[in-house]
Design a protein around this ligand. Structure first.
Ligand SMILES: [Zn+2]
Length: 529
């Protein structure tokens, strides 16, 4: 059960603010595709949605990367941000806010928040000694290091010894409050396996963490102590708050939190779980602010069963993938073939097989054949059938009875794969039904009423399938709707209220006698190489 206030008609969802150290990789694409699918689904349900993405641009790693390219850090960030935005356009991501941590508004929010936590007495000056991984922007325990010097995540990065004065956040003070919170809000961390990881980490005892760095210019100065720079994670998490500001409003916490807070869902990869599920709620408790509803940490992606990495030379370039195969195919594969929350694999053969089988063969062909027959037998109109006259035992009507509700539950629990499978079951049953009923024979036998009933029920099932998949494959769903004679474009948000979930997720709404359009393939099969 999700403890969301169901009376709230707003839904705010975030991707991580991606670190601009390098070009966007497929992992960032994966999270963002999932976030976009949920945002689209909630819009269909009639919610007012805010999809937030953006970039985390401060820290030592960025400064060094920029230096190595002979650029100012800001110049470097500006270049990378364009690459992210380009990828989001290609993947058909409809974000509402793009939050950059280098924006002047963000600095004001960070300062005010820091002030609140300071007032609370939760920040103090201390000595930080330890091993620091610049790639993680995180201190490591001695025992975690590989061969006593390498970061366990970045096995080619030597951790650097630091012995410096830092400001610390009193995380340890929130140990009990956090543990109580996890009990009271058991859905805060999902899936279950991630929740257990966090509970066990917190149970081992929390240590205060340093929230400032010295000898680093690229970041915001600590208020009142400009020789210190605010730690990149403390700054980045607040980017979610800054994103909530209306573009022309004054950058204050009050303004930012007015409409959308608390955020309903943070979607993240499991590598940054601790920051979102432990540090972030503690920071918010310290500032007396409500905590977001849910943090969902999805799994890692592999390619052909292998871990991906630049040094391994087997990365998967998301831009190349989407340029070659189109947004819908890429979105569909990642959401259908990988159980969200678990690790998943990309394999080109499987990718092509999956999208060909489901989108071209099952769904596309079904529409194409049926429209062809409707043209021949029904003057290219939706057969004149009253759906409510079709008995409930009708195989397609029967499958569809509670399909909309089942699919909605799947989307709400981020079980994209299950949502797709449910819909595909209807599509397969429809293919079977048309073969069994053989409307071409019925037509020859002069059974016009039977022909019309068969064709109506199949066209309506294709419509329902397209509708329920429209959050995943909006372009294909739009094509299907338009060939069925609707003028809907699922990418046009101003049209969405005319296809509300309450109505369109129900079987039997295809208007009799509606003029059908020319059949053309909605998905051209991809060639196996
Ligand atoms: Zn590292």
């Amino acid at each position: 059960m999700i403890h969301t206030d169901t009376n709230r008609n707003t839904f705010a969802i975030t991707t991580p603010l991606y670190y601009v150290n390098g070009l966007p990789h497929i992992g960032s694409g994966y999270t963002t595709i999932a976030a976009d699918a949920i945002a689209r689904f909630e819009r269909l349900r009639g919610k007012s949605v805010l999809l937030i993405t953006g970039t985390d641009e401060h820290g030592q790693k960025i400064q060094r990367t920029a230096q190595s390219k002979g650029l100012e850090p800001q110049e470097h960030c500006d270049k990378i941000v364009v690459e992210f935005d380009t990828l989001w356009q290609k993947l058909n991501i409809q974000y509402d806010r793009f939050s950059r941590t280098t924006s002047p508004h963000h600095e004001a929010i960070v300062k005010e928040f820091f002030g609140r936590v300071w007032e609370r007495g939760d920040i103090y000056l201390g000595q930080q000694k330890g091993w620091y991984c610049v790639s993680c922007e995180e201190f490591k325990e001695q025992r975690e290091l590989l061969e006593e010097k390498y970061c366990p995540i970045h096995s080619n990065m030597e951790a650097e010894w630091r012995d410096e004065q830092n400001y610390f956040f009193r995380l340890s003070k929130y140990q009990n409050q956090l543990e109580e919170f996890y009990q009271q809000q058991p859905d805060f961390i999902q899936p279950e396996s991630r929740r257990n990881e966090v509970l066990s980490f917190v149970h081992q005892g929390l240590q205060d963490f340093s929230i400032s760095r010295v000898n680093l210019d690229w970041g915001f100065p600590v208020p009142g102590a400009p020789q210190h720079t605010i730690y990149v994670w403390f700054d980045a998490l607040l980017g979610y708050v800054t994103a909530l500001l209306e573009p022309d409003s004054e950058p204050t916490l009050e303004n930012a939190l007015k409409k959308w807070w608390p955020i309903n869902l943070h979607l993240i990869g499991k590598d940054i779980l601790r920051f979102h599920a432990v540090y972030w709620p503690a920071m918010l408790m310290s500032a007396y602010l409500p905590i977001p509803d849910r943090v969902f940490g999805h799994g890692f992606l592999t390619k052909d069963g292998q871990k991906m990495g630049k040094s391994l030379g087997n990365t998967l370039d998301p831009v190349e993938l989407v340029n070659r195969y189109g947004a819908d195919a890429v979105r569909y594969y990642f959401l259908k073939e990988i159980e969200f929350g678990r690790d998943g694999d990309f394999n080109k053969t499987r990718f092509i097989d999956t999208v060909n089988a489901d989108l071209a063969k099952s769904l596309g062909n079904l529409l194409n054949r049926t429209l062809g027959m409707a043209k021949k037998y029904c003057q290219a109109r939706v057969p004149n059938i009253i759906a409510s006259d079709i008995p409930v035992e009708h195989p397609l009507k029967f499958i569809s009875l509670e399909l909309g509700e089942r699919v909605a539950r799947a989307y709400q629990s981020l079980a994209f794969s299950e949502a797709c499978r449910e819909v595909l079951a209807l599509v397969r049953a429809s293919n079977k039904f048309i073969d069994e009923q053989a409307p071409w024979s019925l037509y020859k036998e002069g059974k016009q009423q039977a022909v019309e009933e068969v064709l109506y029920s199949i066209l309506e099932s294709v419509r329902l399938a397209a509708y329920l998949l429209s959050s995943v494959i909006p372009n294909i769903s739009t094509d299907i709707y338009q060939q069925l004679g609707f003028t809907i474009d699922f990418n046009n948000q101003t049209m969405i209220e005319t296809v509300a979930y309450d109505t369109h997720s129900i079987w039997g709404i295809l208007p009799p006698n509606q003029k059908l359009n020319k059949p053309k393939p909605v998905f051209v099969p991809l060639e196996q190489e």
